[in-house]
Design a protein around this ligand. Structure first.
Ligand code: SF4
Ligand code: SF4
Length: 457
């Protein structure tokens, strides 16, 4: 695609990068076929190609964002399905991230929209504030219908209440900074990201991950000072806040890297993984952080990637059929297609793909709160596709956002299929306790495998 930026415009590093990306697009439109919003809305401006044109026009003319541009960019899930499909390697993620930051700087949103975004940005990335908000949501949940009737912001408030879990779980000791030693000889040392929402919504995921890694000889450190990866505010265009979160994490992990050393930074929420793997790009112009950020991004690993480097030892019968939901952030954001399924298969599970697996479930960070209607349609479509998987006894995935979104869809459809994180299934199959969701669904404990005996000579 030809561009007409002036040399002055290209002095800005973000515009320079976007111009490079724009030039790689050849308008072929292949990406429209796999874009969830184009699929649902059928409007070219709600397709990747249409959004690319809108962004090009806005940036080339150095024009403040218009309500029309904001509408179509806000509707984008940042699911990155278009990046997987694009034959020309257009880096849509960096382009839309720039557009969101540009919108934030040049467009004044209506008051109710600003208020909701400010609330989400101040609460969600902080575990203690989120806990308090969930307690309040528990009180408001029975009245979500009434909230829904509030003009302008009602549907979003209702979506927020409907997504909140009915029960708040106890704080896990894994949340505290500390070191969890390896069992037996130490074969590796990793940092584990606690982040923000996941330990509040489902602390069992990281508890299972620590047990699993320790059991396989890996020491796990939770460094002081780590927290939200910044993805939630990043996707709302709040660049400086996102960089603040990124720098806090980089500082925390750098102390470990330069201290006892780290083999990897393990991430159990793939949405966070996509962002942390991009820290090197996000902070490329920051002379104090560019190198440290690059090193952190290189060490960042989804838990499934790291598990495949270990000699996983099954200790329990895993005769169970698992429907595997690939979060967009793992398959499109990180380009990881098979690792989670390979982990489960190596441990004995039967793994089945979900039809239309490349289409987003509608979670997408805070998208399901900010765009509840489109998110609701995608959720229903995803749940209907999961129901088409024959013989599935459990749904496994690696992203808390998808787990929460799909759980809401299951509640609506009266489905009792338990939802677990793949690390919980891996922990269970290697000798850990049964995942809470399976216990609550009344599953029987599976027998332990006979230990392999080496015959005496
Ligand atoms: S598939 Fe790639 S090159 Fe083709 S229109 Fe979409 S973004 Fe542009
Ligand atoms: S990121 Fe997803 S929703 Fe946005 S344009 Fe690409 S495919 Fe469509």
């Amino acid at each position: 695609m030809q561009t007409t930026f002036t040399p002055e415009q290209l002095d800005d590093p973000a515009t320079r990068e976007s111009e490079k990306i724009l030039r790689t697009c050849v308008h072929c439109g292949f990406c429209t076929a796999t874009c969830p919003t184009y699929l649902l809305l059928g409007d070219e401006l709600d397709s990747p190609r249409g959004r690319i044109y809108l962004i090009k026009d806005m940036l080339e003319n150095s024009r403040p964002a218009t309500p029309e541009v904001v509408k179509h960019i806000d509707r984008c899930l940042s699911c990155l399905s278009c990046m997987t499909t694009c034959p020309s390697g257009v880096h849509y993620m960096h382009l839309v991230d720039h557009a969101r930051a540009y919108i934030e700087q040049t467009y004044e949103r209506p008051k109710h929209d600003r208020a909701l975004r400010a609330l989400l940005a101040r609460v969600l990335p902080h575990r203690n504030r989120l806990r308090l908000a969930l307690l309040a949501a528990k009180v408001g949940k029975p009245f979500s219908g009434l909230f829904g009737a509030i003009p302008l912001a009602g549907d979003r408030l209702r979506a927020m209440l409907d997504l909140a879990p009915g029960q708040l779980q106890a704080r896990s000791p894994i949340e505290r900074p500390g070191v969890h030693p390896a069992q037996g000889a130490r074969r590796g040392r990793v940092a584990l990201l606690n982040g923000c929402a996941q330990p509040v919504l489902d602390p069992g995921i990281n508890e299972a991950t620590v047990r699993l890694l320790n059991r396989h000889g890996v020491e796990v450190v939770v460094p002081r000072g780590e927290g939200c990866c910044g993805a939630l505010v990043h996707h709302m265009g709040q660049e400086s806040q996102a960089h603040g979160f990124a720098k806090a994490n980089i500082d925390a992990w750098t102390r470990e890297i330069e201290g006892e050393g780290l083999d990897a930074i393990i991430i159990t929420t793939s949405g966070c993984g996509t962002t942390i793997k991009d820290y090197g790009f996000m902070l490329r112009e920051d002379s104090a952080y560019a190198e440290k950020a690059r090193r952190v991004s290189e060490l960042a690993k989804d838990v499934s990637e790291y598990l495949l480097t270990l000699d996983l030892a099954p200790r329990r019968e895993a005769d169970m059929t698992v429907a595997y939901h690939a979060a967009c952030s793992i398959q499109h954001g990180q380009g990881i297609k098979d690792d989670p399924k390979l982990v489960l298969r190596r441990l004995g599970y039967t793994v089945k793909d979900i039809p239309e697996g490349h289409i987003c479930c509608g979670s997408a960070g805070v998208y399901n709160i900010l765009q509840p209607e489109i998110a609701g349609q995608l959720r229903e479509r995803k749940v209907a596709n999961i129901e088409r998987v024959r013989g599935a006894q459990v749904l496994a995935t690696g992203n808390i956002g998808c787990m929460t979104q799909i759980a809401r869809g299951f509640r609506d459809r009266g489905s009792s299929l338990p939802i677990v994180h793949l690390a919980e299934l891996a922990d269970w199959a290697t000798g850990g306790p049964m995942p809470r969701a399976l216990e609550e669904a009344g599953f029987d404990e599976r027998p332990m495998l006979e230990p392999v005996r080496v015959a005496a000579e």
